[in-house]
Design a protein around this ligand. Sequence first.
Ligand code: TXA
Ligand code: MG
Length: 305
Amino acid sequence: MTRRLVRDDLAGAVDAIRRGGLVAMPTETVYGLAADATDPVAVARIFAAKGRPVDHPLIVHLADPEDLDHWAPDASAVAHRLATTCWPGPLTLIVPRCDLLPAEVAGGRDSVALRVPAHPMARELIRLAGVPLAAPSANRFGAVSPTTAEHVRRDLGDVVDVILDGGPCPVGVESTIIDTTVSPVQVLRAGAVTADQVAELLEATVDAPSGPARASGMLASHYAPRCQVRLVDTSDDAVAIAAGTARSRILDLTHDAARYARDLYSELRRADDDGVATLIAVLPDAHGLGHAIRDRLTKAAAPRP
Ligand code: TXA
Ligand code: MG
């Protein structure tokens, strides 16, 4: 059965979480597919619903920055500093995992990903549920992340118990992921909190991604729509290529990086809905939010398996 979207059924959502079910919740980045992070059976439902390999760890969402101590007693001073400054917000911290969180939620690792989302509906849900919520993006594995409740309904409407509609996600790309278990800390995924901001906050150097992919969002060919995505550096290049390409469309929001990030996944989906064969995307400059947009576009354009 396809679920209806609900704006204010927090009680129903809390009830679903308590029964070990799945709730789609809005966050400021993308919609998450949430379940009780302390319950391995509920966590297994997330992997099954997404079709996600069980060794790909999930992000655990906390209600308040002060909860870091309880759920990650071994988190470093650097992790605390970032949590205090950037939470609630689009930043995920990799910290040592303690036994309160099952190995399943971390894909078997001895570290775990934590974040406090900024969306009021997500925080209220976590508070009322009384447990941290494991939540990957609420899409099938490898597909484009959802930034509206309607996106979730179309992808996963038949497997979630409740879809909370909190409106379109204001950031639009997934959280920045920082591994605080290594020194210097390492950026595993670019997002709205930039590496430069983190370096400035910590008054320290920050490593860019290197070596084999450690986060699933780092695999080539993730976030992929059905249409081909072609990347270009300038609007003029886009226009020239579009002239010779059948059923093409240009995506160029380079004048406004925040809007580019916010609308990116909707635009990828809309291209598919409209039968576009080739989406020609103009890459924004590689600074600030531009890093995250370039990263997601590059993955959308990567060769498919
Ligand atoms: O903005 C977001 O982060 C959204 C919203 C819903 O919060 N969530 C999200 O989750 O993007 P997901 O599952 O699509 O991406 C989680 C990423 C994956 O790339 C995963 O590999 C990485 O976090 N991750 C989780 N735990 C990790 C760990 N212990 N070490 C390294 N990477 C980890
Ligand atoms: Mg995802």
